[in-house]
Design a binder for this molecule. Structure first.
Ligand code: SF4
Ligand code: SF4
Length: 586
């Protein structure tokens, strides 16, 4: 079998495997859904993720140690990962190939000629490494594996979810998904400009592998310069634009192996010897560009943190998933792969925009207005799915603050605050107890205080009293369901009297829970007052875990009348509710 055929089969296999692992990162009852499948297998193989998190945190998260296998493979064979494994590389190659079917040899030669701007990816890599060294991991923005995971998880699969219930039993939505879709479209679309444009000019992982594999003992070489007919067929089909007919640039060879199959006289080969036409280990990199990139990274991160130093860096609106590290450490690990967002059965983990500043773009934050519920009490899926432990893999015991975690208490995401200017029982005299009923904490973190408030236009003269029926001289206000059990009546002259509950209403006749005969102040001709029983919610900050059930279920649409803010989040002392408390605990 030809090596190019092997490469194509390999690319197809790994692309299919990648897509299947994305699909498998969905909570559900099917065997192919989340069942301990290695959904982070590709991310674990990513040496750029391993290196940058290592630089930023000083530790290597054990599952990322698999990246050493990729490094070893590259050091031995060159960028085999780019040519045979990388799923985004496969997509780029496919698009580039499709768009150039029938292209003329001159066009092919022009498109696949080595370009000095291929050094740009090394500059990007230098910038990202400088950022990581200062504790901010930004590689996920352009690293092909997190980029493709994020794009598939948050744009492609949700589009399928909206049309079929095969992958997920309910549609899933992600805010600003269009920005992620636009990035993917741009990456794919750039292949129309040059084949594998992203791989050649932008990919920081490709740059890193190029540097690792530049002296690989086994590599693509030209066997014999003298017998070369200079047909340049190899260059016409070279996916890496690495100049195979001339001074071959090893760091750029993506091992597409097209040169081996195209060379009519079989002079191109894969061997452990130098290329006959000469070699260049790495593409020309502008030293000035690399220095500027490192300096930019070194300056940018402190600039991003100026706000944090002034204690303005913490947004009360930024609620991270349960188990998330404190903000600084979180940003030194999160690669924006979107795995947590895909696995969350509640669909409340959303890609944030700038709640955490520029460096937090597309990192996960909770939005309780979206999805199906708040953060489910018995769910720890996001921490289990995170490939870098930016969200720690919690146990249920730790999340609940049970057993050995009893002293620490439950994991808190924030605290719910009642917005009295929007709350139905507080300002609109409408009965509502949804938030209190749905609070999953025991004893409940939301309690209510009952008051009776007069209904607007709800006073009328008593026409007749008979048994438990009270006839009013005029119709009570329309639009209110007086028989709902939330309304009561009392003598207008006795506002301190305990009102009698209205059980039913028929026109101006009210049926009360007890016969009102001999009730002081309520006889024929006297005025009665209809009141509504309101249970006004209060939050106990000592019990609230910020799960967002209340916010999700609050019937006030748009901005909910009870909302969770990050105050009191477990992950950081900076998030303590009271400033004094924060200072003491810091
Ligand atoms: S623990 Fe909460 S936020 Fe995390 S996946 Fe489960 S429901 Fe979603
Ligand atoms: S926190 Fe979410 S987006 Fe960030 S690395 Fe972990 S799984 Fe990926």
């Amino acid at each position: 079998m030809r090596i190019v055929t092997v490469r194509r089969i390999s690319q197809g296999f790994f692309l299919a495997l990648f897509l299947w692992l994305c699909v498998a990162a969905t909570v559900g009852p099917q065997w192919w859904q989340l069942r301990g499948w290695p959904i982070n297998w590709f991310l674990g193989l990513d040496p750029l993720t391993a290196l940058t998190t290592l630089l930023a945190t000083g530790t290597l998260y054990a599952p990322l140690a698999w990246a050493l296998a990729t490094v070893a493979l590259t050091a031995l064979l060159g960028r085999a990962f780019c040519g045979f494994v990388c799923p985004l590389g496969a997509l780029n190659q496919l698009t580039g190939w499709l768009s150039r079917r029938g292209a003329k040899p001159l066009e092919r030669a022009r498109d696949n000629a080595h370009h000095r701007l291929q050094g740009l990816k090394y500059v990007i890599l230098a910038f990202f490494l400088a950022c990581a060294a200062l504790g901010s991991v930004q590689t996920g923005l352009l690293d092909p594996l997190p980029l493709l995971h994020r794009s598939v998880n948050l744009t492609i699969l949700p589009v399928l979810d909206a049309r079929t219930t095969v992958l997920s039993d309910e549609p899933r939505a992600y805010e600003s998904a269009w920005t992620l879709g636009a990035v993917l479209l741009a990456v794919i679309g750039l292949n129309l400009v040059r084949p594998r444009f992203f791989c050649r000019f932008l990919c920081p992982l490709g740059a890193m592998l190029g540097l690792v594999g530049r002296f690989a003992p086994w590599r693509v070489v030209k066997a014999d310069q003298g017998r070369c007919g200079d047909c340049r067929l190899c260059e016409q089909y070279c996916e890496g634009a690495c100049r195979p007919s001339g001074e071959l640039v090893h760091s750029e060879c993506v091992m597409c192996m097209n040169c081996l199959s195209q060379c009519p006289s079989g002079r191109m080969g894969f061997a452990a010897r130098p290329s006959a036409a000469g070699e260049q280990p790495v593409t020309d990199i502008s030293r000035r560009g690399a220095i500027v990139a490192v300096a930019a990274g070194a300056l940018t991160v402190p600039l991003w943190r100026v706000g944090a130093l002034a204690d303005t860096g913490r947004s009360a609106l930024l609620i991270r998933p349960p188990g998330s590290l404190d903000e600084e450490r979180f940003l030194s690990r999160c690669i924006r792969c979107g795995q947590c967002m895909r696995v969350c059965p509640s669909n409340i983990i959303q890609p944030s925009l700038f709640e955490s500043g520029v460096q937090g773009l597309w990192t996960p934050s909770l939005n309780f207005r979206t999805g199906r519920s708040g953060c489910q009490v018995n769910c720890i899926a996001c921490g289990q799915a995170c490939p870098t432990a930016a969200i720690r893999p919690l146990s249920l015991e730790e999340k609940h603050g049970a057993g050995e975690y009893a002293k620490l208490g439950p994991v808190r995401l924030g605290t719910a605050f009642v917005d009295r200017s929007r709350c139905l029982p507080w300002v609109m005299d409408r009965p509502c107890i949804v938030c209190q009923e749905l609070c999953p904490v025991s004893p409940k973190a939301i309690h209510t205080r009952t008051v009776f408030e007069p209904v607007r236009g709800g006073t009328a003269s008593v026409a007749r009293l008979q048994g438990d029926a009270l006839d009013l001289a005029t119709q009570p206000p329309v639009g209110l369901n007086l028989g709902s059990g939330d309304y009561a009546v009392r003598p207008l002259s006795r506002p301190d009297a305990i009102p009698r509950r209205i059980l039913a209403q028929a026109g101006s006749r009210l049926t009360l829970d007890r016969p009102p005969q001999n009730w002081p102040g309520l006889t024929r001709g006297e005025r009665a007052e209809i009141v509504v029983r309101l249970q006004r919610p209060y939050v106990d900050p000592a019990r609230c875990i910020g799960c967002g059930m209340c916010e999700h279920e609050c019937p006030v649409s748009g901005l909910r009348a009870i909302r969770v803010y990050s105050e009191n989040e477990s992950r950081s002392t900076k998030g303590r509710m009271l400033i004094e408390q924060r200072r003491t605990e810091a």
